[in-house]
Ligand binder design. Structure first.
Ligand SMILES: NC(=O)c1ccc[n+]([C@@H]2O[C@H](COP(=O)([O-])OP(=O)(O)OC[C@H]3O[C@@H](n4cnc5c(N)ncnc54)[C@H](OP(=O)(O)O)[C@@H]3O)[C@@H](O)[C@H]2O)c1
Length: 369
């Protein structure tokens, strides 16, 4: 890419883990990218420093700013790195406006997958996944005839409790100590419960159009292999990359081409053994809850996502225990009556309803302890 073809990137959630790493990628590749706009949630001072460093004139705080900058005329790519369903409206707006949406905010597709895909169809926008697992699958699937695939397999690190038998005494500090990835607090807890893998199964369903029974996950504690595509002839193609989110972020910003990267590739001789093992659904029920919600469809995934966000927030605030997280989600989903998920208002209503019910259950659990 030369000076006059630099891609102009808007980053929503620029002060977070993904947002800051995206700025690292842009800082390392000034000939390839320029920053067209930045949005943060509340960290005004950090946002100001970022705008000064990158000479950005368009920036703002909160959901309104995210909506405005998601459709910025000057932007070639909108990277949505907001955490939670708070990012959904901006994803829809970017796709309605025909933008390339580099999507880290998986909750957009979990809660509003149908709405996002419909907006992409109508508005002409395209979604490029930033999640390392989906970036891996997209790379394995490039040029592939989809009728030759039997299964997609996502890898999970297994989180900090992969080998811990008793999860009843887990504290937020324990759960925030992820063994392989340094991420924001919400996704770190989702990784510890394995809800993250469940959300990613729903994300993969929408991105690649496969039924849920053809999307699976395995634990892979080294986090070097990120995704696998299994073909009808029992061949599997795996994608591997260093455990560094700047690799898939750069891949998303340059997709489908590749650019050189600062940093080392995997030293395979030094890696030694790599392991794969089955997910323990008894200790980690969240992945199954997500798969079930996705399979039921309608607004179930939106309710699942919202109940999870509330439960994770309550756990981080010491209001419920780690093992209460799936209990809250299951109770909320058990009561949920699905609506048509094509309608953004229905998705947002389901989200609000599920948050209310989750808050009620969390309060009841607190009163019992
Ligand atoms: N971190 C990773 O390695 C990783 C990997 C794969 C996927 N993801 C996904 O990427 C997304 C971001 O994760 P993260 O770990 O980067 O989260 P994070 O560190 O918590 O950062 C979240 C960002 O969103 C901003 N934000 C929050 N609410 C907002 C709102 N209402 N309007 C505008 N901005 C808002 C925050 O702003 P303030 O800081 O100013 O409050 C912050 O910039 C999540 O969906 C996550 O699942 C993350």
């Amino acid at each position: 890419m030369s000076e006059n073809t630099r891609r102009r990137v808007v980053i929503l959630g620029s002060t977070g883990s993904i947002g800051r790493q995206a700025l690292d990628v842009i800082r390392e590749n000034p000939d390839d990218f320029e920053v067209a706009g930045l949005v943060a949630g509340g960290k005004a001072e950090q946002l100001k420093q970022q705008t000064e460093e990158f000479g950005v004139t368009r920036s703002g705080l909160g959901g309104r700013a995210a909506l405005d900058l998601a459709t910025l005329d000057e932007a070639d790519i909108v990277l949505n790195a907001v955490v939670g369903a708070a990012g959904l409206r901006a994803s829809v707006a970017a796709l309605d406006a025909g933008k390339t949406l580099a999507l880290a905010n998986k909750e957009s597709l979990v809660a509003g997958g149908e709405v996002c895909l419909r907006s992409a169809r109508k508005g002409g926008g395209t979604i490029v996944a930033v999640d390392s697992e989906h970036a891996a699958l997209a790379q394995c699937l490039t040029g592939v005839d989809l009728s030759t695939i039997s299964r997609l397999v996502l890898t999970a690190s297994g989180g900090p409790f992969r080998t811990r038998a008793d999860l009843t005494t887990v504290t937020p500090a324990d759960a925030l100590a992820h063994p392989t990835w340094a991420m924001g607090p919400k996704i770190t807890i989702d990784s510890a419960t394995l809800m993250n893998k469940g959300l990613e199964i729903i994300e993969a369903h929408h991105l690649f159009g496969l039924d849920y029974h053809r999307i699976d996950a395995v634990c892979h504690p080294q986090s070097l292999v990120h995704g696998m595509v299994e073909f009808l002839d029992s061949t599997t193609i795996l994608q591997a990359a260093p455990t560094d989110m700047r690799v898939p972020i750069q891949a998303a910003l340059t997709f489908p081409s590749r650019r050189p990267r600062v940093g080392k590739a995997i030293d395979w001789a030094g890696v030694g053994t790599i392991e794969f093992e089955a997910v323990d659904h008894d200790r980690f029920p969240c992945m199954g809850l997500a798969r079930a919600a996705g399979t039921i469809g309608g607004t179930h995934p939106a309710a699942l996502n919202a109940a999870n966000e509330e439960a994770v927030g309550a756990f981080l605030n010491h209001r419920i225990s780690f093992v209460d997280i799936p209990v809250v989600i299951e109770k909320v989903l058990g009561e949920h009556e699905s609506l048509d998920p094509q309608d953004l208002d229905a998705v947002l209503d389901a989200d609000a309803w599920a948050r209310g019910r989750a808050a009620d259950y969390i309060e009841t659990m607190r009163m019992k302890t």
